[in-house]
Design a protein around this ligand. Structure first.
Ligand SMILES: [Zn+2]
Length: 284
């Protein structure tokens, strides 16, 4: 039986008042700087190879907000790449939600195409900006998957983007990750175990936490996504980054996965939390 290798992975809470607290990047390592839930505020971030933003970069998805966000991204010239996942606040990035329900959160309809293009155009890509909406991307050989969907609150009708009822609909959004984790032909006789452990996804980016991990609200409810917990258990990413539940900011390592909730704002919307820096590698 193949044994799972544990790729070296360290993390640091970055305190911009003391930049020397962040050690220099070791050789053979990719440095990721992770933030989430900035809602049109712009944290000080340390240099790194890749900036990861796991959603809610605006308050209501107004085009002016997305433009400001892009200006800020372009100012971060020390990153090779910036992988951006939308969240429930980033309304026009949900093609299904916005045309029907924009009026719940915005006063004036704005054509979503030019707004989305601010982060998805060829020019944005030339600046290293990559928008993730249910797709894969690779950097330095690390496989990254980003999906923005979150469970609808049990007792509320959804008036935010990227919300789906808990259960099958939400579960299907994780199919690409599950399919990558399963053997290619499960009905055939078992193939010999691979010589080395091949992880289907190295870094999973979601807006919601999985159930029971950094997902506790100030009212003491664990509101993370159950379907996502099963995906994580099956695919066992080395790193899983998310946000959304601001009061559960933090990092924890469990069963070979580093879970990171990097919500920048606290429950009251104040910028109280630091970006989280992850050094991944070298590959064994
Ligand atoms: Zn959110």
């Amino acid at each position: 039986m193949a044994t799972a290798d544990i790729t070296p992975c360290s993390y640091y809470m970055y305190d911009h008042s003391d930049p020397s607290s962040l050690p220099p990047k070791p050789d053979g390592v990719t440095r990721f700087v992770v933030i989430s839930d900035t809602r049109s505020k712009f944290p000080e971030v340390p240099p790194g190879d890749v900036l990861l933003h796991t959603g809610d970069f605006t308050l209501r998805g107004l085009r002016t907000e997305v433009k400001q966000f892009r200006v800020w991204l372009d100012s971060l010239t020390h990153f090779r790449y910036k992988f951006i996942l939308p969240g429930n606040h980033d309304l026009p990035f949900d093609d299904t939600f916005y045309p029907l329900k924009w009026h719940h959160r915005q006063k004036v309809y704005e054509d979503p195409s030019p707004t989305v293009a601010i982060l998805s155009s060829i020019k944005a890509r030339s600046r290293g900006v990559h928008l993730l909406r249910d797709n894969w991307i690779e950097v330095d050989g690390w496989k990254v998957y980003g999906t923005p969907w979150i469970p609808t609150s049990l007792d509320k009708v959804s008036t935010w983007a990227f919300m789906l009822p808990r259960g099958e609909q939400l579960r299907s959004k994780y199919d690409p990750v599950i399919n990558a984790a399963l053997p290619p032909n499960p009905s055939s006789t078992p193939a010999p175990a691979p010589a080395s452990f091949e992880r289907p996804v190295d870094i999973l980016l979601t807006h919601t936490p999985p159930h029971m991990i950094l997902d506790r609200t100030s009212k003491g409810r664990n509101v993370g996504c159950e379907a996502l917990s099963e995906v994580v258990e099956t695919a066992r990413p080395r790193v899983h980054c998310f946000g959304h539940i601001h009061e559960s900011y933090g990092a924890v390592e469990q069963n070979g996965t580093l879970f990171v909730n990097s919500s920048y704002l606290d429950r009251q919307g104040n910028p109280s939390h630091c970006p989280i820096v992850i050094d991944l590698g070298p590959r064994s």
